[in-house]
Ligand binder design. Sequence first.
Ligand code: HEM
Length: 497
Amino acid sequence: MELLILSLYILFTITLVRALLSLLRSSKTSPKLPPGPVPLPVIGSFLKLGDKPHKSLAELAKIYGPIMSLKLGQKITVVISSPALAKEILQKQDLAFSIRSIPNAAHAHGHHIYSTVWLPVSDQWRSLRKVLNSIIFSGKRLGASQNLRQQKVKELIEYAGKCCQEGVAVDIGSAVFKTSLNLVSNTIFSIDMADPTQDSVKQFRHLIWQIMVEVGKPNLADYFSILAKMDPQGIRRRLTNLFGETFELFGRLIDERLELRRLRKSRAENDVIDILLNISEETGEINRTHIEHLCLDIFGGATDTTSSSVEWAMAELLRTPETLKKAKAELEQNIGKGKPIEESDIPQLPYLQAIVKESMRLHPPAPLLIPRTVETDVEVYGYTVPQGAQVLVNAWAIGHDPSVWENPTSFMPERFLELDVDVRGRDFELIPFGAGRRICPGLSLAIRIVPVMLGSLINSFDWKLEGGMKPEELDMDDKFGITVQKAQSLRVVPFPV
Ligand code: HEM
């Protein structure tokens, strides 16, 4: 904290003069920026963000409207908070807004020049997206790897069964995080990466967790160019070490696989790493560095988001026992009491699907999506989004807008039974996965595994909050990071059904 204050103090003296000069210069020629709060010298409107920017920005949007601009440090940030404007940015003018605003931390190990998440729309990005969309997450491949995911869900249920026998609580977020990690690591490398008995991967879970923590920290270096090289909070330095350890581990696993392929004289496509190595050998479109960074993107993109989705949905169900009862009734009728559910069951479970949508409306794991920027000035609804501005789409604000949703703060899955609204990026009132060409490539996997994990947990056990806590006492506060998590982890005790 002292470091932050000291950095701000130094900044104040160095940049005040600069800021005043540029203010004088720009006042003559400034474009018509969207409305927004008057910035303070040097720090701009930084303090208005607070520790839950998605909520503070939603409040500001009530004053300044669905397109507003704020000066955060030196960076102009344009915030979008309505379905119509989200459609304009993510669909109608998609190409102009398809470049990411790259955070300083993403420069660790040059991740920004290899990562699907941060690369601009380019041949390299297209190649990587093609690998993700048409190979790794194609319907055919996802269908073929279904049994593997089912096995991991079975292990989650067995773990909850053990807690049930011992009468102890399950930390839902942590148990599902472990399942998601194993699910992804089996898809890519055919091994359990969250298994503490495997030496080579003992620290992996901790590593991914630490990366999430560091990436989620607000970084002064993103808002004051003068601090970019200095890295005053040490975030890029710590991430360089964490990425280094992760790439070392991926590198070892890739070497082991290359050796196995050499010995077996086979290039069989048993998992994603085989597919990636084959593409690399056959087309040269991607190399080993791309593969390592792609693995990081997949682990980073998949684990935290899916586990927080399941944890929030479970928390909402436990807080509203009548919805839990309805969900259990639907599962009992279609699947049979006490059984885990399978991906092929999902179409028969409209109420479960509605629960997942409703929970993602209230708790989008990435509430501000992933920041974008523009290379030139772009006109939107009569305003100018200036070149280099950071553009945030507030999916949380859209999901809580009373002009879009009746009783927006209530958890009412029933609303989706009558509404033809989906999460696939076509309906801009519900965009937890974003939309347009940069829409989440893991969507097709997420919409299979989130309902399967949630449905299996609620169908296999009856659940009670730990310590005799009443549903209405459940703390639903969130904490902002790379994804928005429950501030208090959800601890629930399973009972036999
Ligand atoms: C509940 C689960 C998930 C949620 C809510 C989620 C959400 C998002 C969002 C909001 C974006 C930004 C979209 C935009 O800018 O319009 C994104 C991008 C991305 N997601 Fe996901 N995601 C989830 C699961 C996954 C999974 C399973 C993967 C595994 C590969 C993944 C990998 C990525 C990648 C690589 C990007 C960057 C795409 C690009 O910039 O081209 N996500 N995700």
